[in-house]
Write a protein that binds this ligand. Structure first.
Ligand SMILES: [Zn+2]
Ligand SMILES: [Zn+2]
Length: 254
């Protein structure tokens, strides 16, 4: 009798211990996950800081001009040097591809993997990768093709002509809604949210909006990291970005 009482008591004790442990786990796990996400966001911001420095170094050696998106509007393999390629000497990483395609396929014809140094946002997963590994530039109002679709010379802006340099988005967490590929994917350029509507818009193919990627935690809709033209980096609320806070995409001017 005494033995069975002792057994029952041990069982209750065990259940209590299990309950306490599961309570502790439920309390600690989210905060551990959050800590991990914040570490990723910090590493992402450090990447963007390095990329901003690379843009500045390029401009210093090119009469203050930012790198072109690509010299041509419709590059063919062999003559396309994307901005990612142009920045290679300053990013100390990545021979993206022999033909100047910085995104999609690597020189071996494989989908680009995640190990792209400072070009890779740590919160991006292999399934996310489409073009580039996390970051896109302000293609609407700063970084242009060398020629427009009619073949006229155009080219990117000069750094020294950008007066609101601490307010204007240069490069940051970016994505495209690729419904034909199953949802959001990484992309290498970011559209101005005033010029194009951002969001999950189906059936547009490659013409779909290229939006900021709020892949870091915080706020109601998440946060995206961004490097500004002056080189400083911020974690931005996604809603502020959609609303073009402080005209951060230079829609109304520099
Ligand atoms: Zn990021
Ligand atoms: Zn615009």
């Amino acid at each position: 009798m005494k033995t069975s009482m002792k057994k029952a008591f041990t069982l209750i004790e065990l259940l209590v211990v299990i309950a306490i442990i599961s309570l502790l786990v439920s309390i600690l796990l989210p905060s551990l996950t959050m800590a991990k996400e914040l570490t990723k966001s910090g590493a992402c911001m450090s990447n963007l800081r390095n990329l901003a420095v690379a843009f500045h170094m390029y401009a210093e050696e090119h009469d203050s001009y930012l790198p072109n998106l690509n010299p041509y509007h419709n590059p063919v393999p062999g003559n396309g040097m994307w901005y990612t390629n142009l920045l290679e000497p300053y990013t100390n990483t990545i021979d993206w591809t022999a033909e100047g395609w910085p995104w999609g396929m690597n020189p071996n014809g494989e989908w680009m993997h995640l190990d792209q140094g400072m070009w890779t946002c740590p919160a991006v997963t292999p399934e996310d990768v489409l073009r580039c590994t996390g970051y896109g530039v302000n293609e609407y109002h700063l970084i242009f093709y060398g020629r427009d679709p009619s073949g006229n010379l155009r080219g990117s802006l000069k750094l020294e002509d950008i007066y609101r340099s601490s307010e204007i988005f240069l490069i940051g967490d970016t994505r495209i809604y690729a419904d034909w590929l199953g949802g959001w994917k990484t992309f290498k350029v970011l559209d101005c949210p005033v010029c194009t509507a951002w969001g999950e818009i189906s059936g547009m193919g490659w013409a779909g909006p290229k939006c900021a990627a709020p892949r870091h935690p915080g706020g109601a809709e998440g946060r995206a990291n961004a490097a500004f033209v002056d080189g400083h980096v911020e974690s931005c609320d996604y809603r502020d970005m959609i609303d073009n806070r402080n005209d951060m995409f230079a829609h109304d001017g520099l």
